[in-house]
Design a protein around this ligand. Structure first.
Ligand code: NI
Length: 180
């Protein structure tokens, strides 16, 4: 991948997983998940239909698809978290994010519905994370696609990155359009 495409796709860098965790890191990741919906409020502010339909990179998702994707992804993450907390190393169900982004709800439902969804979802998600017991952070779910057990602390690290990652794709596009 050439440097400019890499920069467009990963404007905050690729996910670099933490090797372990401590209370300060957990608080930082939870804080990022708490505030992520506010980033998406900003991402879509004052954009017209043509701007919202602009791909964030050549051949990539439009702003509309990126935001609906974040809602799809984070709904799955929240369910995975709840499964990990209530069952013994449950296998979760992977999903095809590209096919999900081509389903009619993504093209038909106004973008602000998914931003509102993110506000509600992240409120519940954050409330749950803030009230976990110490031992809960080491609980895991099994991801059959990746053939790995994912601990709750690590998924929290990952989804904090994921929200910021997609928000920055849009924010950097806004800057290129002279709108930031
Ligand atoms: Ni994603």
């Amino acid at each position: 991948m050439n440097n400019s495409l890499e920069q467009l796709m990963y404007p905050i860098g690729r996910f670099a997983p933490a090797v372990t965790y401590n209370p300060d890191q957990l608080a930082s990741w939870i804080g990022g998940i708490r505030s992520a919906p506010l980033l998406f409020d900003y991402c879509i502010e004052n954009l017209d239909e043509a701007q919202l339909n602009t791909p964030y990179r050549p051949g990539g998702w439009s702003i509309i698809q990126v935001v609906h994707h974040v809602a799809d992804s984070h709904m799955n993450a929240y369910i995975r978290l709840k499964l990990a907390l209530t069952e013994d190393k449950p296998a979760i169900c992977p999903y095809n994010e590209k096919l999900w982004s081509d389903l009619p709800d993504v093209s038909l439902v106004p973008l602000n519905v998914s931003v509102t969804l993110l506000h509600a979802l992240h409120r519940r998600w954050t409330s749950l994370l803030e009230n976990l017991k110490e031992e809960d952070w080491a609980r895991t779910y099994y991801h059959p696609g990746n053939n790995e057990f994912m601990p709750v602390w690590q998924m929290t690290n990952q989804y904090n990155w994921h929200g910021a990652h997609h928000a920055e794709q849009i924010i950097s596009l806004r800057k290129r359009m002279g709108l930031a």
